[in-house]
Ligand binder design. Structure first.
Ligand SMILES: [Zn+2]
Length: 259
């Protein structure tokens, strides 16, 4: 089992699914199995039956179509074996998680493709409002728990003691300032508007000038009249459309975060 299967399995369990991983299916008469299903989950409450195939491959599209068509077919054929005795829905929802997708590929062999980046966004969205001290992910799901710790740490921006000191190229200890990484739980796009100036800029949520619509740290602009942040918007196109609708004299994309 690879880390993607583990992560998807933990995420589904966190979301209330009964999950089985790397399940061999299709027992053959002469021994062995037809293959295995990476992640299978069933949500008793919603009745959602899910089969997810995860892959780290960097195969051509043609090869992927062939491989996944077989895997998905196997899922549809054998999923009832995974939960014997259970009254399962007629149809199984099938998804493919790829670590190295060509971002233009949204579907393979009829199943939606979820690039791992989007999976991480889904998880961060799902963990929103939880912290390691309130609503901690149980330690039995270590990957999910680590994502929660990471999201929390990025939001604090704190820089302090280190386990491994920073060293300069010549091997001596380096005392250079460590720059905090922007908050990863702030996602999407925002539009900054200074209406009296006819000025507008589209920013990434985690831009240091935006900070999820809070604006620059410690800065309270005066003199340009009423300013505001619009958003978040899910896509850059949405943010640009919103900005253009205001007909600003000076509307553009932020030159710092380059959305
Ligand atoms: Zn920006």
């Amino acid at each position: 089992m690879n880390h993607l299967e583990q992560l998807v399995g933990e995420w589904l369990q966190y979301k209330g699914y009964f999950v089985r991983l790397s399940v061999p299916v299709g027992k053959r008469d002469r021994g062995g199995y037809s293959g295995e299903l990476d992640v299978v989950g069933y949500n008793f409450r919603s009745g959602h039956l899910l089969h997810v195939e995860c892959s780290l491959d960097s195969n051509s599209m043609e090869r992927r179509e062939q491989r996944f068509a077989l895997k998905l077919q196997r899922g549809r054929e054998f999923i009832a074996e995974v939960f014997p005795g259970m009254d399962l829905p007629e149809t199984v929802d099938q998804k493919i998680v790829l670590q190295y997708p060509n971002t233009s590929i949204r579907e393979i062999a009829g199943a939606p493709v979820i690039p791992v980046r989007e999976l991480i966004h889904e998880i961060l969205e799902g963990l929103k409002g939880t912290t390691p001290s309130s609503g901690a992910v149980p330690s039995t799901w270590p990957l999910l728990r680590t994502i929660q710790l990471t999201a929390d740490a990025f939001c604090s921006g704190a820089v302090g003691q280190r386990i491994v000191p920073i060293t300069a190229p010549d091997g001596t200890l380096d005392t250079a300032e460590i720059v905090a990484v922007p908050c990863v739980t702030q996602s999407g796009y925002y539009v900054f508007v200074a209406r009296p100036l006819g000025y507008a800029r589209v920013h990434l949520a985690n831009c240091k000038h935006c900070r999820g619509g809070l604006g620059q740290e410690g800065q309270h602009k005066t003199g340009s009249g009423a300013t505001e942040w619009l958003g978040p918007f899910a896509s850059k196109q949405d943010a640009i459309a919103q900005m253009n609708a205001l007909k600003p004299k000076n509307g553009n994309l932020c030159g710092h975060c380059r959305p």
